[in-house]
Design a protein around this ligand. Structure first.
Ligand SMILES: [Cu+2]
Length: 269
């Protein structure tokens, strides 16, 4: 170690930590499969945070480890430690770096939320203050149309009702009521969400989408499923004694399968 300059060692450590962090960020496999158009947006953001978190972990734990080994008390050394006064440049550095990271992530998260359709309700209803007060009751809040779908009507509308302890799905112009959500793949779907009793939360982990169901306040969740299959719907808001059993499924069909399912259910009802 004595022959290699500290600058070189730090540089190599920095490159290694960066490479490892980027790799962990891309290969953490912590999230379930992606089944909606919105899912990759959330996951990219999550992976950036995991990469930053990994780098911080390695730097902090590495510094502790080096300090523990290099500055340990040697046998027979009973002297006091060196008096440390702190370091002003260092204080500035470790305040500014997290500051930049947090502000950067904040801006990035707003961008992701906008891309997902989260700003739709705000941009539509964000008028004068008085009209806000009267409008918020009637207009739905939540995840609306993405900037790409702006102004286009959704391909399918489903009314979703949360109650202790079940989800009910109503297909308004098809006369179908079910306890399980069925949607066609690659179609723009709008859920109009309401609650009968207490606050619930409609969550599909594979879609990376979650929206509260609130008594007296309509909410919406607009999404496009991108992968056929059956995914869990989970109530993500503690809503009472049997909250844990408030689960259902969303079945994403091919268009033909979806039409068949719809026809069968219209007949039986
Ligand atoms: Cu619930």
């Amino acid at each position: 170690m004595k022959q290699i300059p500290v600058g070189i060692v730090t540089l190599i450590a920095g490159i290694l930590i960066t490479l490892i962090s980027l790799w962990v960020g891309q290969n953490n496999h912590l999230l379930p499969e992606q089944a909606s158009l919105q899912a990759p947006l959330v996951d990219n953001f999550f992976n950036v945070m995991v990469a930053i978190g990994t780098a911080l972990f390695l730097v902090v734990q590495g510094a502790i480890l080096i300090a523990v080994i290099k500055f340990r008390r040697r046998r027979g050394d009973n002297s006091d430690g060196e008096p440390m006064e702190g370091s002003f440049p260092l204080e500035i550095l470790w305040t500014i770096i997290p500051g930049i990271i947090v502000i950067g992530l904040g801006i990035y998260s707003v961008d992701v939320y906008t891309e997902m359709g989260g700003m739709d309700a705000i941009s539509h209803h964000g008028m004068s203050h008085e009209s806000m007060m009267t409008e918020t009751k009637s207009n739905p809040i939540g995840i609306g149309s993405t900037p790409v779908n702006e102004g286009k009507p959704p391909a399918l509308v489903v009314n979703v009702t949360g109650m202790q302890y079940a989800w009910l799905f109503n297909y308004p112009d098809k006369n179908v009521d079910t306890g399980e959500l069925h949607v066609p793949v690659d179609q723009d779907v709008l859920l109009n969400i309401s609650a009968n009793d207490v606050i619930h939360s409609f969550w599909v982990p594979q879609f990376r989408l979650k929206q509260d169901a609130i008594p007296g306040q309509a909410t919406q969740l607009r999404f496009t499923a991108t992968k056929t299959g059956t995914y869990p719907i989970v109530c993500a808001e503690l809503c009472g004694g049997y909250h844990g059993s408030m689960r259902s499924s969303v079945v994403v069909h091919t268009p033909e399968e979806y039409d068949r399912w719809l026809a069968e259910n219209q007949v039986s009802q």
